[in-house]
Design a protein around this ligand. Sequence first.
Ligand SMILES: Cc1ncc(COP(=O)(O)O)c(C=O)c1O
Length: 407
Amino acid sequence: MKIWHPFTQEKTADAPLKIIRGEGVYLFDERRKRYLDMISSWWTNLLGHAHGEIAEAIYWQASTLEHLIFAGFTHDPAEQLCQNLSKFLPKTLEYFFFSDDGSTAVEVAIKMAYQYFANLNNENRNIYINLAGGYHGDTLGAMSAAGNHSAYHGTFSEFFFETFSIDFPQSPEDEVAALEKLEKFLKQNSERVCALILEPLVQGAAGMKMYRAEFLDRVVREVRRYGIPTIFDEVMTGFYRTGTMFAMDQCAEKPDIVCLSKGITGGFLPLALTVVSREIYGAFLSDDCKKAFIHGHSYTANPLACAAAIKTMEILQRQEIQQNIRTISEIHRKSLQSLDNVSQKRDRGTIAAFAVESVEKAKAITKNMFQEGIIIRPIGQNIYLLPPYCTTAENLEYVYEKLKQYL
Ligand SMILES: Cc1ncc(COP(=O)(O)O)c(C=O)c1O
């Protein structure tokens, strides 16, 4: 028996580390060595490992109703979660569709955008616009939506549907050029475009690449002039990662569809939501069954995951967590400034990143940090920190001290 691990070259990778326990920001291995989880376990864990209150909420739900088919049935945890979330979402996003992870949230969004036009008998719309370098997941549709600029999915490119990629802007001058190209493309092809999809403000898997809200607003306005729906993939940026509940809270323009997952359950269980506007939802209402959205997964809206999410949303609003989010952001900003021998220092909310001179150096630093009991995972030449919100000032300052040492 051998387990085949994700995103891993099994031939050359070190044996995976066995973790036997988690507590708050810490993970413990078989020898009881303690590690600071500075990547929130693939960006999912918001409030710390084995959080007692979330565990209890899941336990309570498990002994009440563990799962239920979600076609033709509903349950309180799903309804309560959507009600709670709607207090934080733009008023225009009112229809909640459940799935299981970030990739399926995106898959649902791109299928909905396509069928939205098909249901309106507006045919031949099969081009998606994206922001170059973005990442939206590993299913075929999600890979396609990210297009050919993705560093991850080249092997499958012959299966990809057509996309137009907006150049990723490194400067205000780049923004002007990128917008001009977009404008030109839309003038000639808008009738064939089905949606815009992008990660708002921070492209996570691209290496925590950050861009201005003003640029995003201008892109959305341009696309909207042609009646094209916009999809914000907030799978990574959601739930205070960028300092506000959603990255879109820092933008003037709001999307027609938003994808949420990862931190939604505090990192306990897989769950995702694709939330859409009345206009999108309305196009699926018909006496014709074929116009329904024929999509669903066995574990859609799993009550245990919903219970974990309800509890996570409640804890996130507590003053001490909000204060910690601010403290983490402040320490990132201050500490980044003091790092030498790095470039492209950047931060947004609880995310901090910088580049070192080579991929090898990034790997070497990561290895040293690991030996010190600090888990980070570089992306190319980029090193980033994305800690859970229970991380104390002391924890984070220690991590920066060690980073300085190995830089
Ligand atoms: C922005 C974004 N969208 C989608 C996904 C895919 O999510 P999942 O890995 O849960 O399928 C990710 C994962 O990292 C992501 O960062």
